[in-house]
Design a protein around this ligand. Structure first.
Ligand code: ADP
Ligand code: MG
Length: 612
């Protein structure tokens, strides 16, 4: 297998300044670090414990919110002043978010980033995430007795560009320089990788947290981690199981009308955790004077079944994407608090019965521990670890007729840089609009636009002559930089793509599915559009020719050329590719001798000129 090594910049970090490894979780966030001179990462502990609930509480008449355990405690009594699961909102527009979390979501417009309203004030998810990061930074500084300014932050592998960018921005707002955004399963495998040594292994990382699910397949060799494939859902986690239990209780006791959804969900979570630890003791708690809420392990499994099924489908996908079958996997690694529900390990062990299903490292902490190792690598303290990742969707630009021209195919390893050459379609064209898209469909209309820019100042030349090189570079954080350069003149323009809003993972999956279902139609449509483009170019060239050189043609020749042009123009919008191609051919037949004749005339005129 080919290996790519990444040149890890050592930077100008002072060795004494610790770099934090941060797991910015939907439900819980954690900080880990590698103490100076040591190799093994540690979780940072504060008086509140190791986990910091990713919850914010905005008390009345107080400018700054409380973050963490105290905010979590306020969830039940004052849900309208609490904000949780911010990570699910990161980089998303209002239309992407359907769930009700007890706080108010505000949409300024369909495509704008969603905002949260608390007490008449508006907060965007980047700001809210930054407040969580600030709290983690504060705790770390308290523990170290010195300031910290640098961190590695993890995100689900399935986070798209805008979600990664949003995470990076949140770090910046919190006063942290984000040295790298690392995929959570990659971080987890780093934490495990230490124990594995130099052996070559293929690992499946199953990460089910509070609000996100990720499955990744990684190849480990000589300290190099290569992500072969990833699949997942940024809107699936333990919260959903809690909700399912709460809904079942609501139905069972006709509690639909009550305004106690959050309390019910908290009780559901407690029931789930208790049964996960001790399946034999059924859960029971008084909801009010009349209603006792009960749950036993068998019912929990029944409620959890569809929820687990969704994750098995992602496992299938990830295997298919990496062209592997179960027996190719050497080890399964469990990550995320929800994998403490024993059914998950049990069913995975049944399916992967030839290998180990590993949960040796605490599943809540393994991601932060891996982030701390990566932080240590970036701090220049170790050079034995390399990371490779892949892109989840294809990236490309729009070409004539709304066609998607892929520059970086999906599942390409990153970082990567790829370039392609394009040209103009009209004589004297001095500007070229470059629109960047993400997706698998042949037409950009079905894909997602990431941004656009204009390359201006192209020297006026006949159509087809300018050489415009468009390069796509994805850095190690998964962020895309697009640049365009006219090679003859050296004119250059570039953008860092910072999309307006993100896609949910089910949308990513939906797009993949659609691209497969529509593959045949899309291909036919593409071929038609290409024929139409060709026809338009020939019509354009012929008309220019008639304007310039009519004096060298006979009336009859002009007449037949015009006639063929009209025929071709008439077919342009009819959608019959074969007739279009035949008509192009017919026009070509008429005009072919003209070019030669004009050439002869030009040559003889040039010779005449010479004689003078
Ligand atoms: P995230 O990565 O989304 O921040 P975590 O990995 O911290 O989440 O996992 C949090 C989720 O784990 C919550 O939904 C919580 O209910 C669930 N969880 C924690 N402990 C247990 C347990 N013992 N049994 C079942 N679920 C658990
Ligand atoms: Mg997590």
């Amino acid at each position: 297998m080919a290996k790519i090594s990444i040149n890890i910049k050592q930077g100008s970090l002072s060795k004494s300044e610790p770099v934090l490894g941060i797991d910015l979780g939907t439900t819980n966030s954690l900080v880990a670090w590698v103490p100076p001179g040591e190799r093994d990462p540690q979780i940072l502990e504060s008086s509140e414990g190791r986990l910091t609930p990713s919850v914010l509480y905005f008390p009345e008449n107080q400018a700054e919110p409380l973050v963490g355990k105290m905010a979590w405690d306020a969830l039940e009594s004052q849900p309208e002043r609490c904000v949780r699961s911010v990570k699910r909102l990161l980089g998303k527009s209002a239309q992407d978010v359907q769930k009700h979390w007890g706080y108010r979501l505000v949409e300024t417009s369909e495509e704008a980033l969603v905002q949260v309203e608390v007490d008449g004030r508006y907060y965007d998810p980047i700001h809210l995430s930054s407040l969580i990061l600030k709290e983690l930074k504060r705790k770390a500084e308290g523990a170290f007795g010195q300031s910290v300014s640098k961190a590695v932050i993890t995100v689900p592998a399935y986070f798209n560009d805008s979600q990664r960018q949003a995470t990076r921005d949140a770090g910046k707002l919190a006063g942290l320089e984000v040295l790298r955004i690392v995929n959570e399963p990659t971080a987890a495998s780093l934490a495990y990788g230490l124990n594995i040594g130099a052996e070559s292994r293929t690992i499946l990382v199953y990460d089910l947290g509070g609000g996100t699910f990720d499955v990744s397949i990684l190849h480990l060799e000589d300290g190099v981690f290569e992500v072969l494939a990833t699949h997942g859902d940024t809107a699936l986690g333990g919260d959903d199981l809690d909700l399912r239990i709460a809904q079942w209780w609501m139905q069972q006791h006709s509690l639909e009308g009550i305004d106690n959804g959050i309390r019910l969900q908290h009780m559901a979570e407690r029931a789930k955790m208790q049964l996960s630890q001790d399946a034999d003791s059924p859960f029971s708690v008084a909801f009010n004077a009349d209603v006792a809420l009960e749950l036993n392990y068998a019912k929990l499994c029944e409620l959890a079944e569809p929820w687990m099924q969704t994750t098995w489908k992602s496992v299938d996908r990830a295997l298919a994407l990496s062209d592997l079958v179960e027996t190719d996997i050497d080890e399964v690694v469990l990550v995320g608090g929800s994998t403490r529900f024993p059914e998950i390990a049990r069913q995975l062990a049944k399916r992967f019965d030839h290998c180990r299903v590993n949960s040796e490292v605490n599943p809540d902490e393994v991601v932060a521990l891996g982030a701390a190792i990566e932080a240590d690598v970036l701090a220049g303290n170790r050079t034995d670890v390399l990371l490779l990742d892949v892109t989840p969707l294809s990236l490309g630009i729009e070409t004539a007729g709304n066609l998607m021209d892929v520059i970086i195919p999906r599942n390409s390893k990153i970082p990567t840089r790829l370039a392609r050459e394009y040209t103009t379609s009209v004589d004297g064209q001095v500007n070229l609009k470059i629109a960047v898209y993400q997706g698998e469909r042949e037409s950009v209309l079905h894909n997602r636009k990431l941004g656009e820019f204009v390359l201006s100042g192209i020297p006026a030349m006949p159509a087809g002559l300018p050489k415009i090189q468009i390069s796509f570079a994805i850095d190690a954080n998964g962020l895309l930089q697009v640049s365009a350069k006219e090679l003859r003149s050296g004119m250059e323009q570039s953008i860092e793509v910072k999309p307006q809003y993100g896609l949910t993972d089910s949308e990513v999956e939906q797009r993949l599915l659609e691209s497969m279902q529509h593959a045949q139609n899309d291909l036919e449509e593409r071929m038609l559009i290409e024929a139409q483009n060709e026809a338009q170019q020939i019509l354009y060239a012929t008309e220019r020719f008639l304007e310039k050189h009519a004096q060298h043609l006979s009336t009859e020749e002009i007449h037949i050329t015009r006639q063929r042009c009209d025929e071709l123009r008439g077919l342009l919008s009819q959608g019959d590719r074969n007739r279009l191609l035949a008509s192009i051919e017919a026009l070509n037949e008429v005009t072919k001798p003209f070019a030669e004749r004009i050439m002869d005339i030009a040559v003889s005129e040039a010779l005449k000129g010479k004689k003078l």
